[in-house]
Each structure stands twice: as structure tokens, then as C-alpha cells.
Design a protein around this ligand. Sequence first.
Ligand SMILES: Cc1cc2nc3c(=O)[nH]c(=O)nc-3n(C[C@H](O)[C@H](O)[C@H](O)COP(=O)(O)OP(=O)(O)OC[C@H]3O[C@@H](n4cnc5c(N)ncnc54)[C@H](O)[C@@H]3O)c2cc1C
Length: 274
Amino acid sequence: MKPAAFEYLKPRDLPEAAAALGAEGSKLLGGGQSLGPMLNLRLARPSLLVDVSKLDSLRRIEETPDLWRIGGSVTHAQIEDRRGSLPGIEMMAEVAAGIAYRSVRNRGTIGGSLAHADPAADWPLALAVIDATVIASGKAGSRKIPADRFMIATFTTELKADEIIEAVEVPKLSASARTGYFKFCRKTGEFPEASAAIVLDGPRRVARLFIGALNGAPQSLPALAAAVAEKGMAAASKEAIVAALKAAAPELDAVGLRMHAGAVTRAISQAVGP
Ligand SMILES: Cc1cc2nc3c(=O)[nH]c(=O)nc-3n(C[C@H](O)[C@H](O)[C@H](O)COP(=O)(O)OP(=O)(O)OC[C@H]3O[C@@H](n4cnc5c(N)ncnc54)[C@H](O)[C@@H]3O)c2cc1C
């Protein structure tokens, strides 16, 4: 199938994009990796596509003393290609490299992924566990939304209709921080059946453990994270992990529970294992 007819706008800057987004039937276009198929299947029928994928101001990766600011139209490939040169957030480059295939990563953007809010996607989980902040810009100005509260439910976020994800701010981890990220995929490059991520940053008093690929937003396992920060692998018994999973995601069936338990175990062992 082909998309229904639509107008196409390539704005020169963010204000022009925001103004165009106010029009009825308008929709942002990032890398088109999710929206493209939805247009072709006519699950989405916008009258105007506002293409922010080429906006220079949204394609930058910038460093400050405390954080990295990643523009909303930065592609997964741009982040992957910063392997070895993202001090404090190297985990992000590894996560990017594990998304789908290089052809998808060349076009798919971090902002498009967050806005699309697929529960199995990588960025909602990775940005939640690393305690990132989403910068949303609209007619009323810009506001900051914690990444772990940005996704409300499947394909639903905090973003208002006229808002654009301008950037994501990712705090730098200490040099001694340990991270783990693991996802179970049926085939390489496919969306996962279960995923888990952990960040332990003693000097910054951070212990965060989240699971993804659920029926909705990623969920936090705070007590297990704190126990692992204190006792290492000794806190990650099968019983402790299953109990934490049942509390965080009671909807998981027996298979989901086993797969997520496996993902949590692998993520923890990456961070604190031998
Ligand atoms: C074969 C295949 C395999 C994939 N596997 C994975 C995977 O393993 N893991 C994973 O995480 N992802 C995966 N993806 C998804 C992909 O990584 C894209 O990130 C995702 O499709 C959306 O990003 P996009 O830039 O293409 O957004 P688009 O498809 O262009 O847009 C998606 C939504 O975001 C909105 N949007 C776009 N940019 C912005 C912005 N700056 N601000 C606000 N709203 C915006 C659009 O209006 C639309 O609603 C896969 C995709 C494909 C096609």
C-alpha cells in the first residue's frame, strides 16, 4: 500500500517546525523508520509532514562538564559511531549499536524512538535507567521531563501535540560506575522479548535497575538495585529477582517472568559479575 497524500515541509529551524506543527493534521517526521510503515499501512494519515530529521540544531551531540546533550534528530548511528568518545555515557554507544540493523540506525533518531514509545524499544529503557531528561519544545517554550516518566503507556508519552523533542540530556557517570544492558531477541536486530538495564554509580549514590519490553513503560526495580549495589551478585538470587519482577510487572506470565529474570540476571552480572 502507498500512503495517503500529504504535504511535506522541511523547516529551516525549530521555531518554523513548531509553528508548522500547530496546523491541524500535521505530524513530525524523524527518520521515518516507524512512521513510514504506519503511513504506508494508512494507520497514520497526516495532511502535513514536518521533517525535523535534517535540522542542524537537533543533530548535535554536545558535552558540558556534567552531561551530554543529544539532539532529538541525532541518529542511532551517530551515537554508535561515538564509541570510545562519549566519556561518562559509553553505555549509550553500546545500546545504539544494538538497535536493529545499520540501515535502520542510519535513519532512526533518538527523538523519534522516544516519541513513538514502543515498549520494546531500546531508548525508553536506556534513558530511564541512566536518569536522562527529555527537553520538549513547543509554542509555550521548552520544558524538562525525566526520561523515566516520559513514556506513559504503549505508544503514549507526556509530549503535547505541539511539542518537539529538542534534545535529551544524559548525566555523565563517574569513572568507577558500572553498567549492564541485556535484551533477549528472537533474531539479531529484532525487537526484544525481554530487556533489563542497570546503572551503579557509587560516588554519585546512584543504583538504578529497570526492565523493558513490557506492556507499557519500563519499570523500576529499586529495592533489588539497592541490594545489588550493596552486596553484588549475592543479592541477585533467582528468588530475589523473581520477587522483584512480580512486584514491578505483575502482568508477566510464566514465560515473560523467566525471560525477564534471565535479562535481569545478565544485566546485573555485566555490572557486578566476575
Ligand atoms: C526493521 C526495524 C527494526 C527495528 N528494531 C529496533 C530495535 O531493536 N530497537 C529499537 O529501539 N528500535 C527499533 N526500531 C525502531 C527504530 O529504531 C526508530 O528509532 C524508530 O522507528 C523511530 O525513530 P524515527 O526517527 O524513525 O521516527 P519516525 O518513524 O520518523 O517517527 C516516529 C514518531 O515519532 C515522532 N517524532 C519523530 N521525531 C520527533 C521529535 N524530534 N520530537 C517529537 N516527536 C518526534 C513522529 O511524529 C512519529 O510519531 C526498528 C525499526 C525497524 C524498521
